[in-house]
Design a protein around this ligand. Structure first.
Ligand SMILES: O=C(CNCc1ccccc1)Nc1scc(-c2ccccc2)c1C(=O)NCc1ccccc1
Length: 322
């Protein structure tokens, strides 16, 4: 079987993208996240006060995996924890009959406040799954054998609804060739490396190692590259109170690219104006990866491409122009 689910921006800045998923008998709107490997949801196990505004999973005690727990935390300090159930999960018509569903008993304020997000669906390697005493499979791993091809394709869009395709490549969603590179899955993520970057039409050789991450909003790369980029943006500055580089909203932003597999993957300058700030300037879509240890190619990088994640005998990533 194959299937496709929409990826709808949660707000006018594309902070995150939400996809409808049937979990048990509920339809929830989940943040598909290639940077993590837990399928966790808001649930009836939580205090009613935490559920206001959310759709949530009504747990069925008969489906509980007794004694199983999970606890996840993200680099921004947000997190959640809870119990585990085996239930039916359907994404775009692709059904996992006994998928590990991680029902929250507690979630951090960042998630409670975001009433549009009812949980996450992890699409990194199952080796990053946090369930104890036994790690569980991601939805993609659970359905892999039933898919026509062992892949999913990510089509996130700039200020518009895109999609996640499972088991097939949709030729109507890209132009030109698909450029494949081997994925480095050794750390549990979809890892890639670039051999150069370009700002406007000036190219510089550099090694940029990073992960593809639909769950991270922005593009985080090494400080020297970020400094070189904003040196080309008049009036830009690093503003610690705002947590990153900002610039006048009227600024013209140069295109940015990373050369992966010998092909320039271009991020249009327009996509790098992420959002206005409360201080009247605009927040950059490219920021430093200080404290992370590698680059994160988040939504800002992904939303101009059709990106195929293929879990064949050798995991591969394919890039095509939308
Ligand atoms: O955790 C992820 C993927 N999940 C992102 C996510 C989705 C919903 C809510 C919260 C987070 N990706 C990765 S891999 C490595 C990191 C990281 C980031 C900063 C410091 C240390 C590690 C992150 C991550 O936390 N991404 C989200 C994020 C939030 C704020 C700033 C940067 C990145």
């Amino acid at each position: 079987t194959n299937g496709s689910a929409p990826a709808v921006p949660s707000d006018q800045y594309d902070s995150l993208y939400l996809s409808p998923v049937t979990v048990g008998s509920s339809t929830l709107h989940l943040d598909f996240d290639t940077g993590s490997s837990d399928l966790w949801v808001f649930s009836s196990l939580q205090a009613q006060s935490s559920l206001v505004g959310h759709d949530y999973y009504m747990v069925d005690p008969a489906k509980e995996k007794q004694g199983y727990t999970w606890k996840i935390s993200y680099g921004d300090g947000s997190g959640a924890s809870g119990k585990v159930y085996a239930d039916k999960v359907v994404v775009g018509g692709v059904t996992a009959t006994a998928q590990a569903v991680e029902a929250a008993t507690a979630v951090s304020a960042q998630f409670t406040q975001d009433v549009d997000t009812d949980g996450l669906l992890g699409l990194a390697m199952s080796t990053l799954n946090t369930v104890k005493p036994q790690q569980q499979k991601t939805f993609f791993d659970t359905v892999l054998k039933q898919l026509a091809q062992p892949l999913f394709a990510v089509d996130l869009k700039y200020h518009a609804a895109g999609s996640y395709d499972f088991g097939f490549i949709d030729k109507s969603k890209y132009t030109g060739a698909i450029n494949y590179v081997n994925a480095d899955t050794s750390k549990g993520w979809w890892g890639v490396s670039a051999t150069a970057y370009s700002i406007g039409n000036a190219s510089t050789s550099a090694t940029v190692s990073g992960i593809l991450d639909t769950g991270t909003t922005l593009l985080y790369v090494d400080t020297p590259i970020v400094k070189a980029y904003y040196a080309k943006v008049k009036g830009s500055k690093m503003d610690n109170t705002q947590g990153g580089y900002v610039f006048p909203c009227s600024a013209t932003l140069p295109d940015f690219s990373l050369t992966i597999g010998g092909v320039k993957q271009i991020v249009p300058g327009k996509h790098i104006n992420y959002s206005p700030t409360s201080a009247g300037n605009c927040f950059g879509g490219i920021q430093t990866n200080d404290g992370i240890g590698f680059s994160i190619l988040g939504d800002i990088f992904l939303k101009s491409k059709y990106v195929i994640h293929e879990m064949g005998s050798t995991p591969r990533i394919g890039f095509a122009q939308q």
